[in-house]
Design a protein around this ligand. Structure first.
Ligand code: ZN
Length: 160
């Protein structure tokens, strides 16, 4: 496992549509392990493959309940609404207010390429929407209500 470099907003790769994963290969398994390690190292709750420069439809999420890996995710259903603060590892130190569905049902493949469905609400729903947007080349900043603002000095966050 290794840390990968997180691409920052402005990098053209973050604006591209990602390709579906056709089969699980050792290389893709390594990518997923590296994405998890990179996300935890950066104290993030989610990371999409294009954020480490790979245009594949893979996202990893951990809202504090253990890792969730979604390959070729497809949002099947959404409902409700939540408005709150959102940030992105590709735009460190900043956040904005974004309205998202409060409930999301997603279908995806696991690392054995078996299909499963996952339901999430609140933060998990927000993370699923945010990460799936990355696979379409969309950054959350387009959805921000008002201006971005600086964040920092959060628990567990260090500037070194
Ligand atoms: Zn993001």
């Amino acid at each position: 496992m290794a840390l990968r470099q997180i691409r920052l907003m402005g990098d053209a790769i973050l604006e591209k549509v990602c390709r579906p994963v056709g089969e699980m290969t050792p290389r893709t398994k390594t990518l997923i392990d590296d994405m998890l390690e990179t996300m935890y190292d950066a104290n993030g709750v989610g990371l999409a493959a294009p954020q480490v420069g790979i245009l594949k439809r893979i996202v990893v999420i951990d809202i504090g309940e253990g890792p969730v890996i979604l390959i070729n995710p497809e949002i099947l259903e959404t409902s409700g609404e939540q408005t709150g603060q959102e940030g992105c590892l590709s735009l460190p130190g900043q956040a904005g207010i974004v309205t998202r569905p409060n409930y999301v049902k997603v279908r995806a493949l696991d690392t054995d390429m078996n299909e499963f469905e996952l339901e999430g609400s609140e933060l998990l729903a927000r993370a699923i929407c945010h990460e799936c947007d990355h696979l379409e080349g969309h950054m959350y900043v387009k959805l921000v209500e008002g201006d971005l603002f600086e964040v920092g000095g959060e628990e567990g966050e260090e500037d070194d």
